[in-house]
Design a protein around this ligand. Structure first.
Ligand SMILES: [Zn+2]
Ligand SMILES: [Zn+2]
Length: 342
């Protein structure tokens, strides 16, 4: 089969590799769509802590079952499916108590197991596979993974509900996923970014207010919108190499409000206005990845409550993967989500 193999930092090659064969309990999926994640770019640049080489990246995927190993009963060849990405141990205190995404020994397809930048992917025993509803496309199913990250942040960690005023900082795919989920929950959603094309996508996805923070004063706009009070909840979905958003979060959230950090901060640090944080009794929570989110996200997509399609900005072939990864660093390319179609 053809696969894009990452052999080292900035060394990705589309080459012929052995097609995986399912062992007992394993399933091989013919990949139809794999979308490109910001963390794939980190991996390509040699900056992802989990990645070992050589590695086939790709963890946001969907396809058709091509072969099943002995003992597999839930799916059969020809079934349209999506699947989770994390293989958790099932035995630790977190796995046994419903905090599966906190499993300290979890492994992830596309980072420390081979992923879906390939014509076929082998799903090991222990990773759940799901049938796709007939009206859900392979493209939409691939986006159920980033949508699941938003689901974990917005529903499980932030508990966003009808009537909440929510500020989402960052309109990349995870910020946009958070926007979709917060809107589907009945919240009033303000979203900010520095790039107009991202905010344009946010408006297509139903944002109530968009703020370009390179042109407008975020604090001022939030004060206007909330009568000086601040928002109920902030979802930080920027991360990266900056030290502004967490400080801004404490300035735009109301007294007693909640800040949920889902963005990945590359330098592992961010400053907080600690006195405001303490005196105004704010709450701060982390949100990590996704788990058990595929079914609810599929239902939200198939019933039309959430429309992920406007997030797709580019459709490329596997051969174009390297230029796709490089496009993500160039704002002129206006990348929101790149889809690799097989
Ligand atoms: Zn991802
Ligand atoms: Zn575990």
């Amino acid at each position: 089969m053809l696969a894009a193999v990452l052999r080292g930092a900035r060394d990705i090659r589309v080459e012929e590799t052995p097609t995986p064969v399912p062992g007992d309990g394993e399933v091989v999926i013919k990949v139809e769509v794999c979308s490109v994640c910001g963390s794939d770019l980190h991996a390509y640049n040699g900056m992802h802590p989990k990645v070992t080489y050589p590695r086939i990246l790709g963890h946001e995927y969907s396809g058709v079952v091509s072969e099943v190993g002995k003992g597999v009963k839930d799916v059969k060849p020809g079934d349209r499916v999506g699947a989770d990405t994390n293989l958790t141990c099932g035995a630790c205190v977190y796995c046994r108590n419903g905090r599966v995404n906190l499993c300290p020994s979890s492994k992830t397809l596309g980072f420390n197991m081979d992923g879906a930048y390939a014509q076929y992917i082998k799903i090991p025993v222990g990773i759940n596979i799901y049938h796709l509803p007939d009206n859900v496309t392979f493209e939409e199913a691939a986006l159920a993974q980033p949508l699941g990250v938003g689901f974990n942040a917005v529903k499980r960690r932030a508990g966003v509900t009808v009537g909440d005023v929510v500020a989402v900082m960052g309109a990349g795919p995870i910020g946009l996923s958070c926007l979709l989920l917060a809107k589907a929950s009945g919240a009033f959603v303000v979203i900010s970014d520095t790039l107009d094309h991202r905010l344009e996508t946010a408006r297509k996805l139903g944002a109530d207010v968009t703020i370009n923070i390179s042109q407008e004063d975020l604090m001022e706009r939030i004060r206007e919108l909330t009568g000086g009070e601040g928002v109920d909840k902030v979802i930080e979905a920027v991360g990266g190499r900056q030290d502004m958003t967490l400080m801004q979060s404490t300035q735009i959230v109301r007294r007693g409000g909640l800040i949920v950090v889902v963005g990945t901060f590359s330098d592992n640090k961010a400053s907080l206005r600690i006195t405001e944080f303490k005196d105004r009794e704010m709450e701060l929570k982390g949100a990590r990845g996704q788990h058990n989110t595929f079914k609810p996200c599929m239902r939200l997509i198939s019933t039309g409550r959430v429309n992920v399609k406007p997030m797709i900005s580019h459709v490329l072939s596997l051969q174009e993967i390297e230029s796709g990864l490089q496009m993500m660093t160039d704002p002129a390319e206006k990348v929101s989500k790149i889809i690799i179609k097989f």
